[in-house]
Write a protein that binds this ligand. Structure first.
Ligand SMILES: Cc1cc2nc3c(=O)[nH]c(=O)nc-3n(C[C@H](O)[C@H](O)[C@H](O)COP(=O)(O)O)c2cc1C
Length: 310
């Protein structure tokens, strides 16, 4: 069925033709997925996390399957921004969808520098500032666990660029609302959450942790209830658009996140299981809105309404 349903959303000044994105680190720079479908059908694409210099990432194993999810310890392997600009940007910039560069740094100064360097790219839609990576020695998660350091990173990026800033938050905190308020007061235009939850696995044969860094990031359906709760909480705390992610596998999951307060959703781990998931979600959303006779805009945060269905 082809319903004439408007799925477009505007987030931090970025117009997306639908609210379904792909999550950083689960879609590379888009090349591999073009074999499955035209990736211009997506709402937007978030690149693999980029650092100033190339990063080799962590030694294997990097992935471990868990019931209803996976642990990863990739460690931000990426080509660095110079190679990104030379080798990946030419093909990314030809896409017709908004491209969001996910950035990471060891220091506040790193974030400032990388934001400045990427700001020269015409057509780059936004920066997603990862202050939540659990798999690196320095920076990453450490910045996202305290409101003061979260504020400092976003402020430094704000000073470096006019691009819209999406702050990517970590679920590994006690009060997500305090972190959300800090990044918004530092100049974030939108918030994405959640990154992965800290977890671990132990190999019972050699009686040692599976991962070299002991802990790794849990993602996939297992984290969805946690992610949904955090989107709900952040929606109540701040007034900027939210990109919800964490275990989204079906259109029904996406609808839950939107009702909790997400203006857009991102598909991560599910891409590894079924590359068609983002497309299936777009189609499912259309059918849902058609049958419910509702506009997408009216559904955002609607589960908070005191009178259901208003
Ligand atoms: C293998 C892997 C690599 C990831 N790399 C990044 C990254 O580079 N930057 C980032 O902000 N998030 C990264 N993430 C986190 C995802 O973007 C997403 O926030 C998280 O996995 C929750 O969504 P999901 O359960 O749908 O995967 C990565 C996740 C996975 C599974």
């Amino acid at each position: 069925m082809n319903f004439d349903i408007d799925l477009s959303v505007k987030i931090a000044g970025i117009t997306m033709k639908n609210p379904v994105m792909v999550a950083s680190g689960t879609f590379g720079f888009g090349r591999e997925y073009n074999d499955f479908y035209d990736i211009n059908k997506l709402g937007a694409l978030a690149t693999k996390g980029l650092t100033l210099l190339p990063k080799q990432g962590n030694p294997p194993p990097r992935i471990h399957e868990t019931p209803a999810g996976m642990l990863n310890s990739v460690g931000l392997e990426n080509p660095g921004i110079q190679k990104f600009i030379q080798e990946e940007w030419p093909h990314l910039s030809k896409l017709t969808i908004p491209i969001i560069a996910n950035i990471d740094g060891d220091t506040v100064e790193d974030y400032h520098k990388i934001a400045k360097k990427l700001s020269i790219l015409a057509n780059l839609a936004a920066l997603e500032v990862n202050i939540s990576c659990p798999n690196v020695e320095k920076g990453g998660l450490a910045f996202g666990q305290e409101p003061e350091s979260a504020f400092e990173v976003i402020k430094a990026v704000r000073e470096a660029t006019k691009l819209p800033i999406i702050a990517k938050l970590s679920p590994n905190v006690t009060h997500i609302q305090t972190i959300a308020e800090a990044v918004v007061s530092a100049g974030a235009d939108a918030i994405s959450l959640i990154n992965t939850l800290l977890g671990m696995a132990i190999d019972i044969h050699n009686q040692r942790p599976v991962f070299h860094r002991n802990f790794a990031g849990l993602s996939g359906p297992a984290v969805k209830p946690v992610a949904l709760r955090m989107v709900w909480e952040v929606h109540e705390a701040v007034n900027v658009p939210i990109i919800g992610m964490g275990g989204i596998t079906t259109w029904q999951d996406a609808v839950e996140f939107i009702l909790a307060g997400a203006s857009a959703v991102a598909v991560g781990t599910a891409n590894f299981v079924n590359p068609m998931v983002p497309i299936e979600i777009i189609e499912g959303l259309k059918t849902y809105l058609y049958l419910k006779e509702r506009k997408l805009q009216d559904l955002i945060g609607a589960a908070h309404d005191t009178v259901p269905g208003t």
